[in-house]
Design a protein around this ligand. Structure first.
Ligand SMILES: [Zn+2]
Length: 172
């Protein structure tokens, strides 16, 4: 009666599952390196000024300072995922503000004493582009009490995909 079903399931499908490709090892360090001319060609003048010359966009003028869309913020220069909407909060400072990066190691920090201030610069760890600065202990009441003050022009928001489907197998 049910010989077919039992044999097929038991022998073929569950028994042999060794064709998944191995996951790629995560890259660390500034792995994207381009010449100044290449960056100038790829980026708009404003993007180039902020990302490659550590510029700062004017407050309340950027694309994302007041954005609440769920999603992931990528580096505008290299596409690495740097921040998510889960850590974004309303600082009302005029720039997108996050209380933590997406993960340890996605950004790197440089002590910045320019303009007579003592600040910590935040850069993309993958392509070494300037993102903004991080400030400590301002009392925003976030889990880390930090504010990653990031230029909108350094980021690219990729909205989260809906609806969320769970448990279904992938289609061939
Ligand atoms: Zn980058």
């Amino acid at each position: 009666m049910s010989i077919f079903g039992n044999n097929i399931l038991g022998n073929s499908i569950f028994g042999n599952k060794a064709t998944d490709p191995a996951p790629e090892s995560p890259a660390t360090g500034p792995t994207v390196q381009k010449s100044d001319a290449e960056w100038r060609e790829e980026l708009t003048p404003e993007e180039y000024h902020v990302l490659r010359q550590s510029g700062t966009e004017r407050p309340f003028t950027g694309e994302y300072w007041d954005t609440h869309t769920a999603g992931v913020y990528q580096c505008r220069a290299c596409g690495t995922e740097l921040f998510t909407s889960n850590e974004k909060f309303d600082s009302h400072c005029g720039w997108p503000s996050f209380w933590a990066p997406l993960a340890e190691g996605t950004v790197r920090y440089i002590h910045d004493r320019t303009l007579g201030m003592d600040r910590v610069e935040v850069r993309c760890a993958t392509c070494d582009s300037h993102l903004g600065h991080v400030f400590d202990g301002e009392g925003y009441g976030t889990p880390t009490d930090q504010r990653y003050c990031i230029n909108s022009v350094s980021l690219k928001l990729v909205p989260q995909e809906k609806p969320q489907v769970s448990g279904a197998g992938t289609e061939a």
